[in-house]
Every structure is written in structure tokens, then in C-alpha cells.
Design a protein around this ligand. Structure first.
Ligand SMILES: N[C@@H](CCC(=O)N[C@@H](CS)C(=O)NCC(=O)O)C(=O)O
Length: 338
């Protein structure tokens, strides 16, 4: 079997981060394969590839594997430039990048996650709560969510207001005044869409269509476009191909590398040489999962290491962005401070 466009996305359906990538692929009409994962650890399909990174989604392109949706979207734009969704103009590009930073690093997603109603069925499952405690590295209980929720609702109201009173204030259809949804819309919409869809998350007297008609209208338009793209994919027989972990690993290990690697800047401040054994891990969440391997490439915005999928006797290149990640010599990382 071959993966359509050489792409396999590892994800689970209710992951809001995964939706960023899935929506991107759907809006572009790019076919792909998907390997569905459990929503809690362990994920043997990924560890079989020599990957410790625990966040979802993960995307393979040939024998290269990409971690973090910010890197995935960048790579998809580069790999499939015809019909790319990213802004090309200076200010539009700036807004697109700032939206990406605002939503993830500016805390909008964290506030959205802590606006979940404690009555949500998944929050009744002790296995899920324990798993997420390991993920965020602190207490994650129904009580803690209940206690923090009022503050998060206020923060989310502020985020809705920011969009309503600035970017969407002039009545534009899409966030960057484009004809159709662009990468800027994907960068901004996902935590808002996620909460609007979640029963009991948003108190109607604080955040609803009444107070924020433009944001709610934008979400509805975006969903309409997605439905259209999904129906088109269905009609043309190019919907996602489901693969199991074994089949996905075989495809990846038998593919050629999508990128050549071997890049490092002479002025790189970490002073690491290509070929050194290094560790890489995210510094915001899932930080106890370190990937180890030989340094294959280190540029200003990306680090690549080689890991092994022992069962298939294959080397795989795993890519991470530099932003939000730490890279250290393997032996020194045990003492590196978070
Ligand atoms: N910055 C990462 C964040 C990914 C992330 O936090 N994903 C969530 C799912 S929406 C996750 O991995 N949760 C823990 C898990 O599923 O193990 C990205 O852009 O990919």
C-alpha cells in the first residue's frame, strides 16, 4: 500500500490540535492516510517507530516524521505550494504568524481547555485524568477545573472580544480578507470552534451569538466550507484512507526521505555538531517525553534527529520546531532545567 501524497496523520477525532492539520488537508483537497490513536497513553504505534513524543497529532511524510502542528502546516505549505493557503503579503503574513503565537503561546488554547465543563463525560474517567496529569505535569482534576473555570471564561470572553472588535469588526468574511478561508483562519479558529461545539462550555449570558455575532458567523461560514470540502472529497473518492499501526509503519519505513537534512548554521548558539547524540522535548506540555537520536539537521526554526524503528530495521528522521522545544546533548540533558 502507498499513502496518498506520502502523508500519514496519527491522531484521534476529538483532538482540537489535530483538526488544524485535518482541516488544512481537507480545505486543500489533499488526500492522506490516517492512523487512529488512543486518546491516552500508551501509543505503541508511535513507539514502534522509535518516537517518544507523546502529543497528537504526528504526521509522516515519506520517511520523515513531523511533531507539532506549527511545523506540519509549514511543511505542507512548502511541499504542496500550488494552492497553498498561507498569506504571501507582509502584513497578512504578520497577522497569520501572530495569530499562531497568540492562540498557543498567548494562552487562548489553555484557557479554552480549562473552560471545559466538569460534567463532560470524559472528565469522569479517572484514567483520562491521570493521563493528563502526567501530560501537563500538575494536578488535573474535576475540582481544579471547576475552581479555575470562572477565570477562564473571562479570559475566553476577552479572546472572543479581540476578534469581534478588531479583525472581524469591518464585516469581512475571512480573517485575512481573502476570498476563501486561508491559513490565517485555521490559525485562529480552532479553540473557538471547539468550545462553541462543546455542550455546557460557554455560558450563553457571557459568550453567545448575541454578544459576538461576527465570531459566531465566521465559525458557521468556516464549518460550511469544511462540509463542502468534505463532501467533494467523498464524491471524488479521495477521502482519508484508514491504516493500522503496522501498515503505517511499513509504509513509512519503506519510503524514501522527504528531505535531505545535513544543515547547520556556523553561528548556531548551542554549539552542537551534526552527528551528536541529542535529546529534544517540548517545554510547554508533554515535557517528560524526550526523543533521543543522532542530530541530522539544526536550523533556526527546526531540529531533526534520526531514530530507529527496530522491528523494520529502518532509520527515521523526526522533525521538531525550535520554538517551544529544547535541544540538548544527550548526556547533558538529565541536568537541563525545564
Ligand atoms: N503544540 C502542539 C500541541 C499538541 C497538543 O497539545 N495536543 C494535545 C491533543 S489536542 C495532546 O497531545 N494531548 C495529550 C495527548 O493526547 O496525549 C501542536 O501544535 O501540535
Amino acid at each position: 500500500m502507498e499513502a496518498p501524497n506520502g502523508l500519514i496523520v496519527y491522531h484521534y477525532p476529538f483532538s482540537p490540535y489535530a483538526r488544524r492539520v485535518i482541516w488544512y488537508l481537507q480545505l486543500r483537497g489533499l488526500s492522506y492516510a490516517e492512523c487512529m490513536q488512543p486518546h491516552i497513553m500508551p501509543r505503541p504505534d508511535l513507539s514502534a517507530l522509535g518516537i517518544s513524543y507523546r502529543r497528537i497529532p504526528v504526521m509522516a511524510m515519506g520517511r520523515d516524521v513531523y511533531c507539532d502542528t506549527r511545523l506540519m502546516l509549514r511543511k505542507l505549505e512548502e511541499r504542496f505550494p500550488q494552492g497553498a493557503l498561507g498569506a504571501t503579503g507582509g502584513e497578512q503574513r504578520a497577522i497569520q504568524r501572530l495569530l499562531d503565537r497568540w492562540i498557543t503561546d498567548g494562552g487562548v488554547f489553555m484557557r479554552a481547555a480549562s473552560s471545559m465543563p466538569p460534567s463532560l463525560p470524559i472528565l469522569q474517567d479517572p484514567k483520562f485524568l491521570n493521563d493528563r496529569r502526567d501530560f501537563v505535569g500538575r494536578a488535573w482534576s474535576k475540582e481544579a477545573i471547576e475552581q479555575g473555570r470562572p477565570e477562564s471564561i473571562v479570559a475566553m470572553r476577552d479572546a472572543f472580544d479581540l476578534l469581534e472588535s478588531t479583525l472581524l469588526a469591518d464585516g469581512r468574511e475571512w480573517i485575512l480578507k481573502t476570498e476563501a478561508p486561508s491559513l490565517g483562519d485555521i490559525e485562529a479558529i480552532w479553540p473557538f470552534d471547539w468550545l462553541v461545539d462543546m455542550d455546557g462550555a460557554l455560558p450563553g449570558e457571557v459568550i453567545s451569538e448575541k454578544q459576538f455575532p461576527k465570531v459566531f458567523g465566521w465559525i458557521q461560514r468556516f464549518r460550511g466550507r469544511l462540509r463542502r470540502a468534505q463532501a467533494q472529497a467523498q464524491g471524488s473518492g479521495s477521502k482519508a484512507v484508514k491504516v493500522d499501526g503496522e501498515a503505517a509503519a511499513k509504509v513509512i519505513c519503506g519510503a524514501s526521505f522527504a528531505e535531505s537534512g545535513g544543515k547547520i548554521d556556523a553561528a548556531e548558539p548551542l554549539g552542537l555538531a551534526l552527528g551528536t547524540e541529542v535529546e529534544v522535548w517540548p517545554i510547554d506540555s508533554g515535557s517528560s517525553h524526550h526523543d533521543k537520536g543522532r542530530l541530522v539537521s539544526l536550523t533556526w526554526d527546526e531540529v531533526v534527529l534520526a531514530t530507529r524503528a527496530d522491528k523494520w530495521e529502518a532509520e527515521i528522521h523526526v522533525h521538531f520546531p525550535r520554538w517551544g522545544f529544547r535541544v540538548a546533548r544527550a548526556s547533558a540533558s538529565a541536568s537541563a532545567k525545564m
